[in-house]
Write a protein that binds this ligand. Structure first.
Ligand code: ZN
Length: 341
């Protein structure tokens, strides 16, 4: 069997579901931890690997929030954002919609305008210096409730940084029903932002229906449980509502027991537009290239299949048509050249 890793490594890719703080590599986290010595996060990159080993979803959220606490100044924000783009460039990621939770930073006292300037400054530098186009999704941390929803909607609509394209909802699903967030999504959508909530990762298909009907979701974060509802799968397929699938994350958080049991095959078989993503890559010991390799194994893909998967992400992105055409053409050119060698 062909080793697809070299092909994947060079394949131009787009990523649609990846979190800002969750993309902090051990090197970046150790730098931040050293700058904030009162934190309980280890500063030694090797100790961080153990620190990032989760027992369940609740534990993951706890560790994640301790890293959130390291991002305290606009300079922390800028450094984190630009270094994430550097890791993306190394993987030939050309475009990413990075999910940012501004509420976590503003409630810690970072000035909201300085925060927006920091991410925008990093975005422009990443595009100019690294060739990585970044866009933002501002998400509500569901565990923080309606206060966080109100604040996130205000920051998104009133301060709206240039790179912001969408509005999301993350955090735990159990005990955090989606419909309560309807007014905030209505405001974001009315302001021209796209709706991309997490749904159906740790709860059943009804949560995905709620995300579609109440939050007007245009893509679904995870959507793992969609396969339990054939009518839902048919709806997603018919309306080209993409699922942002993050295989390794689903195992790390125990949303799926084993990779071989991952429902991605059923999603694809039902005609759903599936995209491959890394979610919180260093925390889950993965990166986007590895997620493509996992998908290739689960879906039994060759180079053409991987190129189609990469183009799914381009299609489902909120990039402008010219930008989409450019990356899709890059994928085709790369694949043709690879296969003609
Ligand atoms: Zn996520």
């Amino acid at each position: 069997m062909t080793d697809l890793h070299p092909f994947i490594a060079g394949l131009p890719k787009a990523e649609l579901h990846v979190h800002h703080v969750g993309s902090a590599s051990p090197r970046i986290v150790s730098e931040l931890a050293a700058r904030h010595p009162d934190s309980k996060v280890p500063t030694d990159p090797e100790a961080l690997v153990d620190y990032f080993t989760f027992t369940d979803f609740a534990h993951f959220v706890e560790v994640y929030l301790s890293v959130v606490d390291l991002v305290r100044t606009p300079e922390d924000v800028r450094l984190l954002t630009f270094e994430i783009a550097r890791d993306m460039a190394r993987q030939n990621i050309r475009y990413a919609e990075l999910t940012i939770t501004p509420y976590s930073s503003t409630r810690r006292g970072i000035d909201e305008r300085a925060f927006m300037e920091a991410i925008e400054d990093a975005r422009k530098a990443a595009e100019a210096e690294l060739g990585v186009v970044l866009r933002w999704c501002f998400d509500i941390p569901g565990e923080a409730g309606l206060v966080a929803a109100e604040e996130t909607a205000r920051l998104a609509v009133d301060l709206r940084p240039e790179g912001l394209v969408s509005f999301g909802l993350g955090g735990p699903e159990i005990g955090v029903p989606r419909p309560q967030f309807k007014p905030y999504f209505d405001r974001a959508v009315a302001a021209g932002l796209h709706s991309v909530p997490h749904a159906g990762e740790t709860t059943g298909p009804q949560t995905i229906w709620d995300a579609l009907n109440d939050l007007r979701a245009e893509r679904i974060g995870h959507g793992t449980s969609a396969v339990r509802d054939p009518a839902l799968l048919a709806h997603l397929a018919e309306h080209r509502i993409a699922l942002e699938v993050c295989p390794t994350s689903n195992i790390a958080t125990r949303a799926v027991a084993r990779l071989d049991e991952h429902p991605i095959k059923e999603m694809v078989a039902a005609g759903v537009l599936v995209t491959i993503n890394s979610d919180d890559p260093p925390m889950f010991g993965t990166d986007l290239n590895n997620e493509y390799a996992v998908a290739a194994r689960l879906l039994e893909l060759d180079e053409h299949g991987l190129a189609s998967l990469a183009k799914n992400a381009v299609e489902a992105s909120f990039l402008d048509p010219a930008g989409k055409a450019r990356i899709a053409a890059e994928i085709d050119t790369y694949t043709d050249a690879w296969l003609a060698r």
